[in-house]
Write a protein that binds this ligand. Structure first.
Ligand code: SAJ
Length: 413
């Protein structure tokens, strides 16, 4: 079994940086590559450029002991892990341009015996596509789609599946799906992940690994959509949906998830579209779930507007902007969408509270909105809209809410 002493991780975002750091922590020489010079400088100074529990100390340690360094250019290595974004583009397609750029950056330094792993969540067929791009750039080398087990370069898909807020724990302890383009590709990838992963590592082919990752997030999306659909049905029947879920979940084989203001984050709100895009006629339920979850922010806005109309001078404390509790990540956040829409509807004065950030995203700042602190917002508002169930909001003094209308989109209060 090959051992790996030197690896390069392409993309130092939410997945790439923790992954690079845990390999470095096991003594592997890791170079993390990022196109953003500020990210490179920050990591070389031992400072992660985003918040994640336990990441700061780990990055500081491995940078100080010289095992992790960040750079703009890809150096030669034994293995290359690609952890770049695969965002959603109009029409529901995955934008694979960052993966293509990674292939272009890796290709010049590839040598016989190298292993290339795609970690980014990607549509079915992407690992083969990555290998084809590399083959076009390096016709002197043999790749698995042409040479099978005799290939010079091994290529595999090992999708990340860590939960933001628990990344450092999950990157080590979660089970991993390791999808090789050939058996040898899978076995080599397995030996790499064994360096850091304590969870079960299961080997399969690349296409199965690709669809497994997308299915995990689509599964959750469909189940949240079920809960969100119930919340609309309950509203119509004047039933408290939280109580309903609690009652139904008493059944030993029922586990309904929590309705909320919508589904955010860069994963669950995005990945199911890659399944729909690849099989539009078959993925009916998966598409419908996306539509149900995407429609939830509008429903919340409509409820808030109705309530605001009953007040003479409505002032709304909007609590939380991130896509879920206790993270600073605003990507695809339904809370941001709701606040933006409420501002456009001009239904009330809006006081925005988000303890995890220090300035508003441009799309809200450009609407003339600004951040307020929690106490001031609660003091001034006559309508309190809980959008994110941050711990900081759970400790609220209930007496302060007594004379105000409360819309709790998370069922947390
Ligand atoms: N949400 C609800 N109700 C629930 C659970 C979640 O409305 O009962 C909402 C959250 O508020 C949030 C969104 O869904 O807006 C997604 O949050 P999440 O905590 O369910 O998941 P993510 O997006 O933070 O991370 C997911 C995880 N996937 C699964 O749990 C199947 C994680 O393991 C993946 O690694 C990650 O996507 C990813 O990178 O793909």
């Amino acid at each position: 079994m090959t051992s790996f002493n030197r690896i390069s991780v392409i993309g130092l975002g939410y997945i790439g940086l923790p992954t690079a750091a845990v390999f470095a922590n096991q003594g592997v020489e890791v170079t993390g590559i990022d196109s953003n010079p500020e990210v490179v400088a920050s990591i070389n100074a031992g400072r992660p450029h985003f918040g994640e529990p336990n990441l700061d100390a780990l990055v500081r340690r491995v940078v100080e002991n010289g095992k992790l360094r960040a750079a703009a250019e890809v150096p030669a290595a034994e293995a290359f892990l690609v952890a770049v974004p695969t965002p959603l583009r109009d029409g529901g397609h995955a934008d694979m341009s960052y993966v293509r750029a990674a292939a272009e950056a890796i290709a010049p330094v590839l040598v016989v015996g190298n292993l290339v792993i795609l970690e980014s969540t990607s549509p079915v067929g992407s690992t083969e596509q990555l290998a084809r791009w590399l083959a076009e750039l390096r016709p002197d080398l043999g790749f698995p789609m042409d040479q099978g087990e005799l290939a010079d370069i091994n290529v595999a898909h090992c999708p990340e599946r860590v939960l933001p807020g628990r990344i450092i724990d999950e990157v080590v302890n979660n089970a991993r799906v390791i999808g090789g383009m050939t058996r040898k590709c899978a076995q080599r990838a397995l030996s790499l992940y064994r360096i850091v992963v304590q969870g079960d590592c299961r080997v399969t082919n690349a296409r199965t690994a690709e669809l497994a990752k997308l299915s995990e997030n689509a599964y959750r999306d469909v189940n949240i959509a079920f809960a969100n659909e119930l919340s609309l049905i309950c509203d119509r029947h004047k039933i408290n949906v939280w109580e309903l879920v609690e009652m139904a979940n008493l059944h030993p084989r029922v586990e309904i998830l929590s309705p909320g203001p919508g589904v955010g984050g860069h994963c669950i709100a995005v990945d199911p579209w890659f399944i729909v895009d690849g099989a539009p006629d078959d993925a009916k339920l998966i598409r419908m779930a996306r539509e149900i979850n995407d429609a939830k922010p509008d429903f919340v806005c409509q409820k808030v507007a109705e309530r605001a109309k009953s007040l003479v001078e409505p002032v709304i404390a909007c609590l939380g902007l991130s896509y879920k509790a206790d993270v600073d990540d605003l990507r695809e956040s339904p809370a941001v969408e709701i606040v933006g829409k409420l501002a456009d509807m001009a239904v009330a004065e809006l006081l925005i509270v988000e303890p995890h950030i220090s300035s508003l995203p441009a799309e809200l700042a450009d609407r003339g909105l600004s951040l307020t602190d929690f106490d001031r917002a609660l003091d001034k508002a006559n309508l309190v809209l809980l959008l994110v169930d941050h711990n900081a909001f759970m400790r609220v003094d209930r007496d302060l809410l007594k004379d105000k209308f409360v819309i709790d989109t998370r069922g947390a209060w």
